[in-house]
Design a protein around this ligand. Structure first.
Ligand code: SAM
Length: 265
């Protein structure tokens, strides 16, 4: 979507658009989701699908406050991808922050809209609490089986991440959406450009909770995987990304993947 300050059906009037880039069916806005979300028109979105910073990486403050590369990547320093913002909160602060953005984002959604939020095992209970505090109906937890993980002697493998999902009030059965899976099996992307990038085939399955042609919001877009998946599956999508490096990398990726290739005459 190519947005202008004067003509768009996304934002309440008077809001000055932040830096943004887009193409057919997609826009990424550069900024803090908490600053931008309150300005969306009520009911602008048909679904929220996102993968926020988990603020994970350990139980102790000294583990949680490491950089995102230290926590989530085994790449050598010379190949390391950019770190991203917002991942160093302790659990209580993270839960409060999550409750606030989820509450604000609900006001921008249509009645019955689904919300799907990825998370690890440690923050799963806090996320389910925050979702309900924010007024969403919590409806379940789907599993992303990553298929590989580090073996741990005498312990279960941490082989899965989770997707907590719910809806903005009652979820009408007559939505034009088929039966959706409860377990997704996809390996992590081989050549990723974001430290915690989700696999595109995973997100192409997940976005199918939105009716064809609907508009999806991802307030924590990273390298734009949800936005790309949404457009590839016939939806519109709006992303928000605060970290400059990922705003640049994500919008470049989307332009390359979605721009029609020019043919020589
Ligand atoms: C887990 S990553 C998302 C990765 C994404 N799913 C992908 O496949 O590339 C979370 C992203 O949220 C961004 N972020 C953190 N706090 C934010 C905020 N307050 N507003 C907007 N983006 C934020 C981070 O910079 C990071 O890129």
């Amino acid at each position: 979507m190519r947005l202008t300050n004067t003509e768009n059906d996304l934002f309440s009037s008077g809001f000055v658009l932040p830096e943004h880039r887009g193409g057919d069916g997609w826009t990424i806005l550069h900024g803090d989701a908490l600053d931008i979300i309150p300005h969306f028109q009520p009911g602008a979105f048909d679904a929220v699908i996102t993968d926020p910073p988990y603020a994970g990486g350990g139980a102790k403050p000294s583990e949680k406050t490491r950089t995102t590369n230290q926590k989530y990547s085994s790449m050598s320093a010379d190949k390391a991808l950019p770190d991203f913002d917002g991942d160093q909160k302790d659990q209580l602060s993270w839960m409060l922050w999550t409750a606030v953005w989820m509450s604000k984002v609900r006001a921008a959604c249509k009645p019955g809209a689904p919300i799907c939020v990825f998370i690890d095992w440690r923050q799963l209970p806090a996320l389910a609490c925050a979702m309900q505090w924010a007024g969403w109906i919590w409806r379940g937890v789907a599993v992303w089986d990553k298929m590989t993980s580090r073996p741990q002697k005498g312990r279960y493998r941490q082989q899965a991440e989770f997707m907590v999902w719910g809806s903005n009030g009652p979820m009408p059965l007559q939505r034009k959406v088929g039966c959706l899976p409860g377990v997704f099996r996809h390996a992590n992307p081989a050549n990723r450009i974001h430290v915690t990038e989700k696999p595109l085939p995973l997100m192409r399955e997940v976005v199918q909770t939105c009716e064809q042609g609907g508009r999806i919001l991802d307030p924590f877009a990273g390298a734009g995987t949800t936005v790309l998946a949404a457009v590839q599956e016939g939806c519109e999508a709006v992303g928000i990304e605060v970290t400059n490096a990922y705003y640049e990398l994500g919008t470049e990726r989307l332009k390359n993947a979605l721009q029609p290739t020019e043919t020589a005459e």
